[in-house]
Design a binder for this molecule. Structure first.
Ligand code: PLP
Length: 391
């Protein structure tokens, strides 16, 4: 069988595999980032109503007009940036498709794409599939409380060169919980301008923030309006990861290219769910406050439990993941540890190596998600007590 060179360069998603293992071993699944609680009722009702009203055929390929209008309206309200829903928005099948369609639209074989490491595992294969070469820049863990993960400016500068086509930024960041600060975004801006590169920002955790952390959309940073593709989706903010509705906001010329790629990749995202997306994006601001508050409670519960059983943990400032250091357990590397955790302890987590180009860099930690009900988290916490005797 002839397998393409591209497909041979990456493996199946480790995160999605951990979910299958969780099911197989009847373990509490704290691996894949999907909520196990209900989506907002108003949003579910809007989806039912849309199907009932026969919004069941293809929407306009780059997104239903009322949904694109709602996306532009929300961006204006929250980021104070006016965008043209007719020329600057492409609705896709999740931010996953928005990212790959953007890379297909922007990158040529041999181009380089800069990615911060650890990274959300899709970005590497995304870059490879687009023919580009990923270049990784390390995010270093905080060394004291109150600090966030950080990159070295000199290392970022060294990654840029005349072949750099784009840089991918994910803030709030999966898996570290880092929230990029204005000064960091300005540095990225300066380098993008100097090397004529474009920034692609994945902002799907924009509303999941802790202790007053502030999400700054890179497109709002001076000089970036016309060099940024802003990617977002309904998945995380409205707890509908299975709906597969996301979008890319980009300058008109880039949008035209993204729309062409998107059309031939998927034709369009589910029409009734785009209609429900209008209801989601129109929820009052109290919805987002409540979302962040509930996530704070879940985060604090899991952080305390992980510390209690012997992990060293990094406290996230955004998103819904915790990185935990497994060095204290002497139970092998991250993959061996995750295997024993799911098989013997009854909790599924993601091995840290799956977030790195060089697996050894993540071999001493694993990632837990806390986008689960308090009940689910408490049963994970109960199972984790076994760690003290069994590992
Ligand atoms: C950083 C990041 N981007 C994208 C995705 C996928 O999002 P979507 O469901 O919108 O495709 C995830 C899912 O975990 C993620 O963590």
């Amino acid at each position: 069988m002839q397998i393409s060179h591209k497909a041979r360069q990456f493996t199946e998603s480790v995160i999605r595999d951990m979910t299958r293992q969780a099911i197989q071993h009847n373990a509490v699944n704290l691996s894949q980032g999907f909520p196990d609680f209900a989506a907002p009722n108003a949003v579910k009702l809007a989806a039912q109503q849309a199907i009932q009203e026969d919004i069941n055929q293809y929407a306009i390929t780059w997104g239903a007009k009322n949904f694109r209008n709602a996306i532009a309206q929300k961006f204006l309200e929250w980021q104070k940036l006016e965008i043209d829903p007719d020329r600057e928005v492409t609705v896709c099948c999740g931010s996953t498709e928005a990212m790959i369609a953007s890379l297909f639209a922007l990158a040529d074989p041999g181009d380089e794409i800069i990615v911060f490491e650890p990274f959300y595992e899709n970005y590497g294969p995304d870059a490879i599939l687009s023919g580009a070469i990923p270049r990784y820049v390390t995010l270093y863990p905080p060394t004291s409380a109150g600090e966030d993960w950080h990159f070295e400016a000199a290392e970022l500068r060294a990654a840029f060169n005349e072949r750099t086509r784009a840089i991918i930024i994910n803030s709030p960041h999966n898996p570290t919980g880092k929230v990029f600060q204005l000064a960091e975004l300005e540095l990225i801006r300066d380098l993008c301008v100097e090397f004529d590169a474009i920034a692609i920002t994945d902002e799907i955790y924009e509303h999941i923030l802790y202790e007053g952390a502030l999400h700054i959309s890179l497109a709002t940073v001076d000089g970036m309006r016309d060099r940024t593709v802003t990617i977002n989706s309904l998945s995380k903010t409205y707890s509908v990861t299975g709906w597969r509705v996301g979008w890319a906001i980009a300058p008109p010329e880039v949008t035209t290219a993204i729309r062409k790629v998107h059309d031939f990749l998927t034709v369009g995202a589910a029409a009734p769910l785009q209609a429900a997306g209008v209801a989601a994006l129109s929820l009052p601001s109290s919805y987002y406050l409540d979302l962040a508050e509930k996530y704070t409670e879940r985060r604090d519960l899991l952080l305390a439990a992980l510390r209690h059983v012997g992990f060293q943990v990094f406290c996230p400032r955004g998103a819904y993941y915790i990185i935990a250091d497994i060095s204290g357990f002497k139970a092998g590397d991250d993959r061996a540890f995750a295997r024993r955790l799911v098989q013997d302890i009854g909790v599924a987590a993601v091995p840290g190596s799956s977030f790195y180009k060089h697996p050894e860099h993540g071999a001493h930690w694993i990632r837990f998600t806390f986008c689960k009900t308090l009940e689910t988290l408490n049963s994970a916490v109960d199972n984790l007590q076994r760690l003290r005797t069994q590992l």
